[in-house]
Every structure is written in structure tokens, then in C-alpha cells.
Design a protein around this ligand. Structure first.
Ligand code: ACO
Length: 263
């Protein structure tokens, strides 16, 4: 995708070896999100080279994302592309299909091909919090502020964030966080298991570099296969998971045989 189209969509993409960094790049509106941005993000994620092992998602200008662009909720701007107000008059099925399209990049972040890492500083609100939740891992600044704002605006979180939130903190805490639309600090996010790494904002880059080094230290195929197994584990019975483990191991054995010069 051309840099021009990415800029129009409000994102920038940098590929450095096995690491792709996707930056929400609208700092003047705190990286507020827009359907144009989601479409471009989905295209970028779908077209990543197979050699990419890590996808970093972050925001420009010292904040992650202030969530949905509030202009989309402004009745005076209903003629603008992506207006949510214009969507209100569509049929139920059209609304469902439209949101399904918006959800694409959020769902793609859990693709077993790579490990996605959200680097969260400043604010992660609404769609911003959901975007961070859709990544496999979160490195969060101690003073970051995360908030599932949707219920406060009369909405439900619909950008793939509810399942990872429940998986991270359990149903009761997820309900409390969402229904109150309160702020969760970076420190609390660490205590709750939302963030895997919590550091002072000044140390985010060092923490990211260390994480990338550790996450790419071992065989790409083994890590991809393990990620797929772990993702599916809660959905399977023990016997089904045992079968999946030994089936996945066949590909690993084949690769080892080549490495040992036996194939
Ligand atoms: N959409 C559009 N513009 C935004 C958004 C947004 N979500 N958030 C901030 N901006 C704009 C502001 O209007 C302001 O523009 P201006 O300079 O032209 O006045 C600029 O970004 C800076 O915003 P400030 O509020 O001055 O920045 P501050 O750092 O003090 O606060 C914060 C940041 C806390 C994120 C605040 O801007 C905020 O609460 N934004 C709204 C968050 C929100 O309700 N998002 C929707 C959630 S629901 C969903 O995502 C589905």
C-alpha cells in the first residue's frame, strides 16, 4: 500500500527485519480512529510478508488512541464518510455487515503467523482500549489510562475487545470495568493481567526491545505452532487438545529431521 494511502488513513507502517510497526498517526486528535484507518490496517496486516514475526501497534505523539473519532457521532457531520449517525438509518443486517468490516483488523491481530504487541502510553480509550486488547501482549506505561468508554456513550464495545478482556480479567471484573467506563491505570492493568509488562513511560522503548528480542529468540515455526495451540486450548476438550498437540508436533518433527540431516 502506498505511503500516501496510509497517510490518508492516518497510519504509518515501518518494516524492520522481522518486526512490523503499525503506528496510529493522527496525534492532533490523539490518534482517534476512523473506518478508513481500520480498512488500511486490515490490508496491511493481511499483506504482511511471512517473515514478519512481531507486529507492534502504537500511537504517535505520546498517546495510544482516544478511540473512535467523535466527529463520526456528530449529527452535523452525517454526510462525512464513515459517519455513525448515517449508519443509524440502515437496516439491521447492513449495520451488522458494516461493523463486521470494521472488526477485521482487530481480529487479524491474533493471527498465529505473528505475535502482536501493543505499546500503550497516554490514553487507550474505547476503540483504543479494544485495539490494545486485541494484541497478544501489552507493554503499558505505569501512568497510562485505559477506559472502555462505549457504555458511557450508549454503545457496547463491538471491536473484538470483549473476549480478550474477559479472558484477561474474568467476567466480573470485565463487567465492572465496562459498565462503569472507569479509567484503569497502567499499574492496575498490570495487576489485573491486562498488561504483561508495566514500566515508567521513559522505559517503554527498552521494554519493547527486550520483549522483541526474547519473543524472536526461538524457532518461528515452533512459536507459531505453540501460539495456535494456546489460542485454541480453551475451546477444546482435553482429548481434543491432546490430539491437536501431537498433530502439531508432526510438522516440528519434520523440521527437526531436516535440521539433523535425516530427511
Ligand atoms: N475524536 C476526535 N477528536 C478527538 C478525540 C476523539 N476521540 N479525542 C481527542 N480529540 C481531539 C480533541 O477534540 C482536541 O482537538 P482540538 O485541539 O481541536 O481541540 C485534541 O484531540 C486534543 O484533545 P484534548 O482533549 O485537548 O487532549 P487531552 O490530552 O487533554 O485529553 C483525552 C485526551 C483524555 C483522550 C480526551 O481527548 C478525550 O477524552 N477524548 C475523547 C475520548 C472518547 O470519548 N472517545 C470515544 C470512545 S468510544 C469508542 O471508541 C467506540
Amino acid at each position: 500500500m502506498s505511503n500516501e494511502r496510509l497517510a490518508e488513513a492516518g497510519i504509518s507502517v515501518d518494516i524492520d527485519g522481522v518486526v512490523a510497526t503499525l503506528t496510529l498517526d493522527r496525534p492532533e486528535v490523539r490518534n482517534a480512529q476512523h473506518p478508513r484507518m481500520w480498512a488500511a490496517m486490515a490490508d496491511v496486516l493481511e499483506s504482511l510478508d511471512a517473515s514478519v514475526r512481531i507486529v507492534v501497534v502504537r500511537g504517535a505523539g505520546g498517546t495510544f488512541s482516544a478511540g473512535l473519532d467523535l466527529a463520526l457521532l456528530d449529527p452535523a457531520k452525517r454526510a462525512e464518510e464513515g459517519s455513525l449517525v448515517a449508519t443509524l438509518s440502515k437496516s439491521d443486517q447492513e449495520i451488522i455487515d458494516t461493523i463486521g468490516e470494521y472488526q477485521r483488523p482487530f481480529a487479524l491481530l491474533s493471527d498465529p503467523r505473528f505475535i502482536s504487541i501493543a505499546v500503550v502510553e497516554g490514553h487507550a480509550i474505547g476503540a483504543g482500549f479494544q485495539l490494545a486488547l486485541c494484541c497478544d501482549l501489552r507493554i503499558v506505561a505505569e501512568d497510562a489510562r485505559l477506559c472502555m468508554k462505549e457504555p458511557a456513550l450508549g454503545l457496547v464495545p463491538d471491536l473484538v475487545g470483549t473476549k480478550p478482556l474477559v479472558e484477561a480479567v474474568g467476567y466480573a471484573r470485565a463487567l465492572e470495568i465496562c459498565a462503569t467506563a472507569r479509567f484503569v491505570t497502567g499499574v492496575e492493568a498490570g495487576e489485573l493481567g491486562i498488561a504483561q509488562t508495566v514500566v515508567p513511560a521513559a522505559d517503554l522503548e527498552a521494554a519493547l526491545t527486550a520483549s522483541i528480542g526474547a519473543l524472536t529468540a526461538h524457532s518461528q515455526g515452533a512459536v507459531q505452532g505453540t501460539k495456535a495451540l494456546l489460542q485454541q486450548a480453551p475451546l477444546r476438550t482435553l482429548d481434543e487438545q491432546r490430539l491437536a498437540e501431537r498433530t502439531a508436533q508432526v510438522a516440528r518433527f519434520r523440521e527437526l529431521a531436516v535440521a539433523f540431516g535425516l530427511a
